[in-house]
Design a protein around this ligand. Structure first.
Ligand SMILES: [Zn+2]
Length: 384
């Protein structure tokens, strides 16, 4: 190898002489550069050879070695597999298979290139794996295919890939439109706020509130019990056991109503098989979107089939040692948020009464939603 590098350096010196010649004798430009370039191209070290020369001659062989090892390679873009989804479904794009052999920090950009007239809001748009809510289709459209262009850059070179997401109507789930097993998927998104000064209540004003309740989908519910659940707290960024214990308490608060009679929920260690999955994933950083729950049900039997609760690992969590009706600080209480999201997973919708667990927003620090309000209880006992 040393011999080869010496050859390259020698050619470089010749090349430099040509450059000098260019300055001194403009008439020789074409002939000199063409000659030198073709020789360098043959050696395959064109840009590096020039740099080696400008960085010193004393240890030229070593410099050439460093230049080759530091040569930057373009990244590899992988936009993930094409997918078929249903309208209103929460869809995750997955570019995490992208790589860079130099280990450079990569930046990501997703762009909807077709259809041109459609606007899609991407959550965490600059990440490798953003999510979006699939658009609803108008009655004349049986299907729309979204084409996303995915661009990965290592700061020097971009690389691109394409992924196609086919959006199909709600009520023709499954491969066969005549299939009775019609499945609908719904997603509900929740937000978190940092409390202002006035939102820390000095005295207990929690109470149990009104009897307001709502459902996400009329008549839809779990129909086989117990409903299994599993918790993946690896990305909660707090003690995993503490996080799991808090989530279990949230399930237990609903179970304690004994509606229906007997066990409502049962924990399983088999995450993949669990009917309700509870996890943390990066969504959009502190505050704003705090989490979302997606559930699927059969439209013929109105039976819930599965639900996934995802909390934003970009928010900061804790298990509050004290009960707080109002907000304080910047950490969200796991049990507080979990109670609300599990409410969605059994088909409870939002209400405007702040004292209910199903109020659509949470302040950092509050634990108000840990305890079911009058409306939450009425909603559960009416449905189950
Ligand atoms: Zn909600």
């Amino acid at each position: 190898m040393n011999k080869l590098y010496r050859t390259v350096i020698l050619i470089t010196i010749l090349f430099s002489s040509s450059l000098l010649a260019i300055v001194a004798f403009p008439d020789t430009i074409m002939a000199s550069t063409q000659n030198t370039n073709s020789t360098l191209a043959g050696a395959g070290f064109q840009p590096e050879a020039r740099q080696a020369d400008t960085q010193g001659h004393a240890n030229a062989g070593t410099d050439a070695n460093i230049q080759e090892s530091q040569r930057n390679h373009p990244p590899n873009a992988d936009a993930g597999n094409n997918k078929i989804v249903r309208e209103s479904e929460n869809v995750e794009l997955d570019g995490r298979g992208s790589s860079d052999q130099d280990g450079d920090k990569l930046t990501y950009r997703w762009e909807l290139v077709s259809p041109k007239n459609l606007k899609i809001k991407l959550y965490d748009a600059n990440s490798a794996d953003p999510n979006f809510i699939a658009p609803t289709l108008d009655s004349s459209t049986s299907k729309v295919t979204l084409v996303f262009k995915f661009t990965v850059s290592d700061g020097n070179y971009p690389a691109t890939d394409i992924v196609r997401i086919s959006v199909t109507p709600l009520d023709t789930g499954g491969d066969d439109p005549n299939d009775n097993n019609k499945i609908t998927t719904l997603t509900v998104i929740d937000t978190g706020e940092q409390p202002s000064k006035n939102q820390f209540f000095a005295s207990d004003v929690c109470g149990a509130g009104t009897t307001a309740y709502s459902y996400l989908a009329s008549g839809v519910k779990w129909r086989t019990f117990p409903v299994t659940f599993a918790i993946d707290a690896a990305n909660s960024h707090i003690d995993i056991n503490a996080a799991k214990t808090a989530v279990r308490k949230a399930f237990a608060a609903i179970d304690a109503l004994n509606q229906p009679a007997g066990l409502f929920f049962q924990e399983t260690s088999n995450y993949a098989a669990a009917k309700i999955k509870f996890t943390w994933k990066y969504i959009d950083g502190p505050f704003r979107q705090l989490g979302y729950t997606t559930f699927s049900y059969r439209t013929d039997t109105k039976a819930l089939i599965s639900a996934t609760i995802t909390l934003d690992s970009g928010d900061k969590y804790f298990v509050s040692p004290t009960e707080r009706c109002g907000g304080s600080g910047s950490l969200f209480d796991v049990q507080n948020i979990a109670t609300h999201e599990i409410g969605h997973a059994i088909n409870l919708g939002h209400v405007s009464d702040r004292l209910q667990s199903m109020y659509p927003s949470s302040l950092a620090g509050e634990t108000l939603k840990r305890t079911l309000g009058n409306g939450d209880i009425k909603g559960i006992s009416t449905l189950y």
